[in-house]
Design a protein around this ligand. Structure first.
Ligand SMILES: [Zn+2]
Length: 418
């Protein structure tokens, strides 16, 4: 049976679920359901990323232990996905015992291989990103995402030989062995490889307690990204053995991912560090990475501090689950940035669902009732239409697929009006 493995990122528990998480997750759900419909064997993984200094600080603010705090937010994500009728097969938490053990085993393998070495790192560190920044990443000396000036830091750390995999990865990205979609995103990444290139990256922290201890040196913890990436493997039950131990613990029949969905802010790490780790571990790369856009509200960046955020739970309250899912997925062409607002949601709800689909359904059911006739639905009779629809779904063109359905619905309306 054909297999389909789809992932969302593990969401960082520094925040409760917002519309960005929701967008990625609903899109993954749409694809998972579509591939199940095609008769494929599907595994759909999501989860939460729970380590790092930022989480430790957040927990302290709320007078909780980091794990207690993470439990609370992980529950909020689980509830949100239940409310939105998300059909995930797995929910991986990076604080789970099996995940921690597998991460340690994997890092030890990379260390023994010589891909992780001890060095001293000096650089500009943004506490918001929990990442060292290059001068190029900064505007007026500030992190673009956090509007704070990174601090000069120097520390002893275990470093991953990312540079070693530069040529091999660039080749695989160029020839679509690791396909990055849409095409403009692939071009961005190729140009990053060619112009800046891959520098070795720190894989451990000495001053962060809330993390997975480096197995051969417990005074360090694993860099959050290195920890988080491996969820895509541990979420399938991988125990850190490499190459995959056939018949051992962990059913890895789904590896590698058919598609990994994410927003553009985490593309670069997913197109560099993540596949390089897989090469180091001797494991196959994901087939596709698909990057979707961001939402703005009336042309403005959305944010809690700006007071213009649209909470997924409010959308559900107002329109119901299915309509909320429809409105989020229909807000923009998948892969492009979009502009949303309550007004736009209202307009679309009324035009498409209340007047369009709702009206047609009401007219049909009236007709059936007054004439006391049953409905003989011939599902999938229009082969050409189905093919066109499938092609669009395969190409992540949800808006085009929807257009086909609307054409059909409008045709139905015309028949009834004659
Ligand atoms: Zn930052």
């Amino acid at each position: 049976m054909k297999k389909f493995y789809i992932t969302t990122p593990v969401y960082y528990v520094n925040d409760v679920p917002h519309i960005g998480h929701t967008y990625t997750t609903i899109a993954a759900d749409v694809l998972a359901r579509w591939h199940r419909e095609l008769g494929e064997e599907v595994f759909f993984l999501t989860g939460t990323d729970e380590h790092g200094a930022k989480i430790e600080t957040k927990a302290k603010e709320m007078k909780l232990e980091p794990k207690q705090y993470a439990d609370k937010i992980a529950d909020a994500f689980k509830e949100a996905w239940q409310e939105l009728n998300i059909s995930h097969d797995g929910f991986l938490r990076t604080t789970g015992e099996a995940h921690i053990k597998a991460v340690q085993k994997a890092l030890r393998f990379m260390h023994d291989k010589g891909d992780i070495y001890l060095s001293k790192y000096e650089g500009l560190y943004c506490r918001g990103c929990e990442q060292y920044k290059s001068e190029r990443d900064l505007i007026d000396g500030m992190c673009q995402d956090h509007k704070i000036a990174p601090e000069k830091m120097s520390e002893e750390c275990y470093t991953f030989k990312l540079s070693k995999y530069q040529d091999e990865l660039l080749e695989k990205i160029k020839n679509d062995e690791l396909q990055i979609l849409p095409l403009n995103r692939k071009n961005e990444i190729v140009s990053f490889y060619e112009k800046e290139g891959l520098a070795d990256v720190s894989f451990s922290r000495k001053n962060v307690n809330w993390g997975i201890p480096i197995p051969w040196d417990k005074s360090h913890t694993v860099y959050v990204w290195a920890d988080a990436f491996l969820n895509y493997l541990t979420g399938l039950g991988w125990d850190g053995a490499t190459p995959f131990n056939k018949g051992g613990k962990g059913d890895l029949k789904f590896w590698p991912p058919s598609v990994q969905l994410m927003s553009k802010d985490i593309l670069r790490v997913h197109a560099t560090i993540w596949p390089a780790m897989l090469l180091s571990l001797g494991l196959p790369l994901p087939k596709k990475i698909f990057i979707h856009g961001y939402f703005q509200v009336n042309g403005q960046k959305m944010g809690k501090s700006l007071g213009n955020a649209i909470a997924p739970s409010d959308l559900i309250k107002k329109y119901g689950v299915d309509a909320a899912r429809y409105l989020i997925m229909g807000a923009t062409a998948f892969g492009h940035d979009g502009d949303i607002s309550w007004e736009k949601f209202n307009d679309k709800y009324n035009a498409d669902l209340a007047n369009g689909l709702g009206n047609l359904a009401a007219r049909v059911s009236n007709l059936l009732e007054t004439n006391k006739i049953g409905l003989d639905l011939e599902v999938g009779s229009d082969k050409k239409l189905i093919k066109k629809y499938a092609e669009n779904m395969q190409a992540f063109k949800f808006d085009e697929a929807l257009k086909i359905l609307w054409e059909k619905l409008r045709a139905g309306d015309t028949v009834l009006s004659d």
